[in-house]
Ligand binder design. Structure first.
Ligand code: UGA
Length: 429
């Protein structure tokens, strides 16, 4: 099939490259000329495991191309995916300006009927609103399908080919089946629903996962006040299939471009509908506090941080990505810098992005050991696999004092104690 993807951000690029790999002829459209230039050369604009290879392969096979010209892309294709950002507004609501602009541009450009599939995360009623724009006048009849995205950063390529479900919101189930077929036989269960239900499944899924995280972090904070171990609590809970083990990892709370934005947006959507979503407000409050509780624990240990050298390992909001959005690591590094500590930071992929946002006083190390050298404490804030495999003998030699604060519970407390570290983690004291 011939497919246009409007917006080559995270969702758009992975979807485009994935569909090309499945054999479709895909054109990616973006209004950022720099990005299009990069993509045309086969250079991915952000780090995502497996993306670079797939992008190059499909450009070479001429299954994917990129353009600034939306009109041409729309008219050469039958299926148009809208994958533009819906960033948060000040009031927590989603900013739909990119999406509405894209819809109007498609309407203006299209000379025939098309299927428009909305992958962007959008508030209830947005798909209907887009349909109204597209079918407001003229003969071209558009079919609008809500197909929210469930890809995880860092595992997005895998998730594209192995989705656990495909949510398809439609007014016409036949159109839903057509949209679903574009993704081939991927084994995913298709959930065909009306469009507002589709829109809500996306928000409810992210909000529920965020709720699990805040819940387990609250439990972790309780554990620290007694002799309980949050990991064992989570394990014991997760064996009950009604609870399930995923997303019960205590740590520094959720970050990234999705959970923080979507939870706030759902609170806002509820407010507009005259409903006070009290539980999600608590989820947000617990999440914002979690990173500060961790940073304050470190301050309390030292009394004052002024003049202390702190090695911060990890800056991205999670491992396997260079994305800093709503990253706990950034807030924590800033907290240390504000307290007068000398911060030496390292992240395998997110350093270039971090240099743009962290205070000038933060020093960026070439690797984890350079950051750790002569530090008064090692602070782990992102679960990069390599941080779970540090050479601990070397770490102990390099540190000024053998003190580790692990916000991601990457090591066994008993082992660390035996190795002579003062080791603090989350919910396992
Ligand atoms: C999330 C969802 O998992 C995807 O299904 C969804 O498509 C995506 O948002 C989106 O809406 O676009 P993502 O933001 O990439 O994906 O990251 P996750 O792996 O879900 O992690 C989110 C945050 O929760 C991270 O900061 C992670 O460290 C934290 N987390 C996750 C925990 O603190 N504990 C856990 O047990 C799991």
């Amino acid at each position: 099939m011939k497919i246009a993807i409007i917006g080559t951000g995270y969702v758009g690029l992975i979807t485009g490259v994935g569909l090309a790999e499945l054999g479709h002829s895909v054109v990616g459209v973006d209004e950022n000329p720099e990005k299009i230039k990069l993509l045309e050369r086969g250079v991915e604009p952000f780090y995502e495991p497996g993306l670079a290879e797939l992008l190059k392969k499909n450009i070479k096979a001429k299954r994917i191309s990129f353009t600034l010209d939306l009109t041409q892309a729309v008219n050469k294709t039958d299926y148009i995916f809208i994958c533009v950002g819906t960033p948060p507004r000040q009031d927590g609501g989603a900013d739909l300006s990119y999406l509405l602009r894209a819809s109007r541009a498609i309407k203006k450009a299209a000379r025939g009927p098309k299927m428009v599939i909305i992958k962007s995360t959008v508030p209830l009623g947005t798909n209907d609103r887009v349909e109204k724009i597209l079918n407001s006048s003229g003969s071209a009849k558009f079919e609008v399908v809500s197909m929210p995205e469930f890809l995880r950063e860092g595992k997005a390529v895998y998730d594209f080919f192995h989705p656990d479900r495909m949510v398809i919101g439609v007014t016409n189930p036949k159109a839903g089946a057509r949209a679903g077929r574009l993704f081939g036989k991927n084994g995913a269960r298709k959930v065909i629903v009306n469009r507002e239900t589709g829109e809500l499944i996306k928000y409810a899924s992210n909000a529920f996962l965020a709720t699990k995280i805040s819940f387990i972090n609250d439990i972790a904070n309780l554990c620290e006040r007694v002799k309980a171990n949050v990991e064992q609590v989570a394990y014991g809970m997760g064996l009950d299939p009604r609870i399930a083990p995923a997303f019960l990892k205590a740590g520094l709370g959720y970050g990234g471009s999705c959970f923080p934005k979507d939870v706030k947006a759902l609170v806002y959507i509820a407010k507009v509908l005259g409903y006070d979503f009290r539980m999600l407000k608590a989820v947000i409050a617990v999440n914002s506090a979690q990173r500060i509780i961790f940073a304050e624990k470190i301050k309390k240990y030292f009394g004052r941080l002024k003049g202390k050298k702190i090695a911060v390992l990890g800056l991205a909001f999670k491992g396997e990505t260079d994305d800093l959005r709503e990253s706990a690591a950034i807030d924590i590094a800033e907290y240390f810098a504000k307290q007068g500590a000398k911060v030496a930071a390292f992240d395998p992929k997110a350093m270039a992005n971090a240099m743009k946002v962290l205070p000038k006083s933060v020093v960026f190390a070439k690797n984890e050991y350079e950051a750790i050298k002569n530090a008064d404490a090692l602070v782990i804030v992102t679960e990069w696999p390599q941080f779970a495999k540090l050479n601990l003998t070397k770490v102990k030699k390099l540190l000024n004092r053998p003190v580790i604060f692990d916000g991601k519970n990457l090591y066994d407390s008993e082992v660390m104690k035996k190795k002579g570290f003062k080791y603090f983690s989350v919910g396992r004291n």
